[in-house]
Write a protein that binds this ligand. Sequence first.
Ligand code: PBG
Length: 333
Amino acid sequence: MTPRLNLPQRPRRNRKHPAIRGFAQETWLAPQHLIHPLFLHEGSGDIPIASMPGCARLDLDGLLREAEGGLAEGVGAVVLFPATPEHLKTELAEEAYNPEGLVQRAIRALKSRLPELVIVTDVALDPYSSAGHDGLVAPDGRILNDETVAILCQQAVSQADAGADIIAPSDMMDGRVAAIRAALDDAGHTEVSVLSYTAKYASAFYGPFRDALDSAPKAGDKKTYQMDPANGREALRELELDALEGADMVMVKPAGPYLDVIRRVREATTLPVAAYQVSGEYAMLKAACERGWLDERKVALESLLAIRRAGADMILTYYARQAARWLAEGGLP
Ligand code: PBG
């Protein structure tokens, strides 16, 4: 005699058939949601990044190839991160706004070859600073806010002059969104967007990225400008300010360990929300999958879907192209 529970609700009925699961599906992932971060360098050839398998420091040809390949796969946007040669790094990070700098040249090359590509650029001084900080460093080690913002404005305008579509300040200085917006407008770039790294945490998950660019701070850490991983409410304060200052889109970073923050930001704003699945999140998945401990396709797509479910409209991820290819093959089985 089979026992039968007298249940008014049986949630499993909505999971009994793939088509019915399709009706009930709340979130999905498509290539249009993905932005591909790419590393570039001055040298020739592509140099693989050990802690980020599948990623490399690209030369200009490599960059064009990756961007073009991504476009063909449905990934319409890239974000550029330059590895600056040591001799060009200075205390005042002047290379950040050199019109002939690596990023500026790369933007022009990408735009002329692939006019439909959306180019996002990073605004922060760390790739150009001899101290490896996102801002200028005073002799006593303090990170100078307002002096830094003035340079960030020059950096943003030089990127927009070169053809960037979206300027993404990742430096976490106070007031930089308003200042960059005003500087862009004054330079005639009223159509260039600002995607603010609104809640960027002082996270150890950026380790592989800093290896990739040799951009780790020479002294100290980033805790006086990046947010304390213990804090969620503070993200809403940053959000309020960025919205008032004119951000077009806001970002939470990292993504996976901060899904609660993505959700809170999503619920507190009508602006599009981005999340950055950072280098350490990618490296963890890669390492486990290389050992055969996880199924890469399934866990990578699941991790991205979870970030979407938390509330992200768009995701910056090193998996962008690979995910687009998996999705084209049918996505999550
Ligand atoms: C620097 C910057 C960092 C990342 C993006 N922009 C590193 C940092 O703040 O130290 C990290 C991205 C990643 O880990 O994938 N302004």
